[in-house]
Write a protein that binds this ligand. Structure first.
Ligand SMILES: NC(=O)c1ccc[n+]([C@@H]2O[C@H](COP(=O)([O-])OP(=O)(O)OC[C@H]3O[C@@H](n4cnc5c(N)ncnc54)[C@H](O)[C@@H]3O)[C@@H](O)[C@H]2O)c1
Length: 431
């Protein structure tokens, strides 16, 4: 099939490469001309394991092409996927301007009947506005559909080839047929529904996962107060099949480009409908508190002050296996500690280039040991595998003060205490 993917960010580029790998003829389109030039030569704009190989292979086979011209990308297209960003506004509301702008341009260059699919995460009902926009620009027939994306950054390729489900929301049987045909080589359950249900599934799923994280972080607070161990409590919960063991890891709370934004968006959307989504407001509030709780812990372990102290931050990206810094917990934590006068030294396996554009006055190292040298506390922020295997005997000799504050509970408290560290994790017994 001839397909156009609008937007070559995390979702768009992965979607384009995956459909191209099934021998569809794919145009990947972006208004960012520099990004398109880079992509033409196989340069991927972000870190995602396995993506580069997939893109290069599809380019070589002639199934994937890049352009910034809507005219070129739309010439023979049968299905268009809108994968542009839907970032949060400062007040937590959603910004749909990129979706509307791309719909307008799609309509302007529509040549023949096409199915226009919204993959961007948008509030239910956005399609009504998009239909209006398209109809105001063209007389050519089209159908709208919604196929929300559930990939996880860091595992995007695996998730795209083996998705948990493929949700196809459309009121048109022709669009439904075409989308089922397009996805036929991809395994997994299909869920067919109307557009609004499809869009609500996406918000409801992300808000639910965010809620699980805030829930376990609240339980972690109780653990710490009574001397229970959240790791055991969480395992005990997760063994119940009605609960499940995923997203029950206590830590610094959720970040990234989706959970915070989609939680705020659902609160905002509900408010417009006259429903006060208090439950989600609490989920968000608990997530915010987790940062203060961690910073307070660091200050306490640094004997009441971090002023002029060298702190070693391990991990900057919002989670491992990505360089995405959107809503990363590291930003909030570093900003707070810097305000208290701390000197921040940091290392991340892949996110430092992006971090440099966001964080000021941070000293970056070439490896963990670099930043730990003469430091007064190790703060584990992102649980990269590389940090799990750190040589703590060596670290003990390097650090000025043997303090470890483990924001993701990846270290063994007993082992570290035996080596002479003052260790605290999240919701683990404090000694
Ligand atoms: N990143 C994820 O893990 C993820 C997962 C599921 C769903 N989503 C959703 O998918 C959507 C895209 O997310 P993302 O992370 O890929 O965003 P992104 O910011 O990485 O990429 C968006 C791309 O769209 C391009 N763009 C903007 N306006 C355009 C236009 N008019 N025409 C062509 N291109 C245009 C931008 O230049 C950018 O390259 C969002 O709604 C997001 O919520 C993201």
């Amino acid at each position: 099939m001839n397909i156009t993917i609008v937007g070559t960010g995390y979702v768009g580029l992965v979607t384009a490469a995956v459909f191209a790998s099934f021998k569809n003829k794919v145009w990947a389109l972006d208004i960012n001309e520099k990004q398109i030039e880079n992509l033409k030569s196989g340069k991927i704009p972000f870190y995602e394991p396995g993506l580069k190989e997939l893109v290069l292979n599809a380019i070589e086979k002639g199934n994937l092409q890049f352009t910034s011209s809507y005219e070129q990308a739309m010439a023979e297209t049968e299905i268009v996927f809108i994968c542009v960003g839907t970032p949060p506004k400062d007040n937590g509301d959603y910004d749909l301007s990129y979706v509307y702008k791309s719909s307008e341009l799609i309509a302007q260059y529509l040549n023949q009947y096409a199915v226009i699919v919204i993959k961007s995460t948008v509030p239910p009902g956005t399609n009504d506005e998009i239909t209006k926009i398209i109809k105001s620009k063209t007389k050519i027939d089209f159908d709208l559909a919604s196929c929300p994306e559930f990939l996880r950054e860091g595992a995007a390729i695996e998730d795209s080839f083996h998705p948990s489900r493929i949700v196809i929301g459309t009121e048109s049987s022709k669009a439904k047929r075409k989308l089922l045909e397009l996805h036929k080589q991809i395994p997994g359950p299909r869920l067919l529904c109307n557009v609004k249900s499809a869009q609500l599934i996406k918000y409801a799923a992300n808000a639910f996962l965010a809620a699980k994280i805030s829930y376990i972080n609240s339980i972690a607070q109780i653990c710490e107060k009574i001397g229970a161990d959240i790791e055991k409590v969480s395992r005990g919960l997760g063994l119940d099949p009605r609960i499940g063991d995923k997203f029950l890891k206590a830590g610094l709370g959720y970040g990234g480009s989706c959970f915070p934004k989609d939680t705020w968006a659902l609160i905002s959307f509900a408010k417009r409908l006259g429903y006060n989504f208090n439950f989600l407001k609490q989920v968000d509030e608990i997530n915010k508190q987790q940062v203060d709780y961690f910073v307070n812990k660091v200050v306490r372990l640094c004997d009441g002050s971090v002023k002029n102290k060298k702190l070693a931050i391990l991990g900057l990206s919002f989670k491992p296996d990505t360089d995405d810094m959107r809503e990363a917990r590291s930003i909030l934590i570093i900003n707070k500690l810097q305000k208290m006068g701390a000197k921040i030294f940091s290392y991340d396996p892949v996110a430092m280039t992006r971090a440099k554009t966001i964080l000021k006055d941070v000293n970056y190292g070439d490896n963990p040991y670099d930043v730990l040298d003469k430091s007064e506390a190790l703060l584990l922020i992102t649980e990269w595998d590389e940090f799990k295997n750190i040589d703590f005997k060596k670290v003990r000799k390097l650090m000025k003060n043997p303090v470890v504050v483990d924001g993701r509970n990846i270290y063994d408290p007993e082992k570290l205490r035996e080596l002479g560290f003052r260790y605290e994790g999240i919701g683990r017994k404090i000694q």
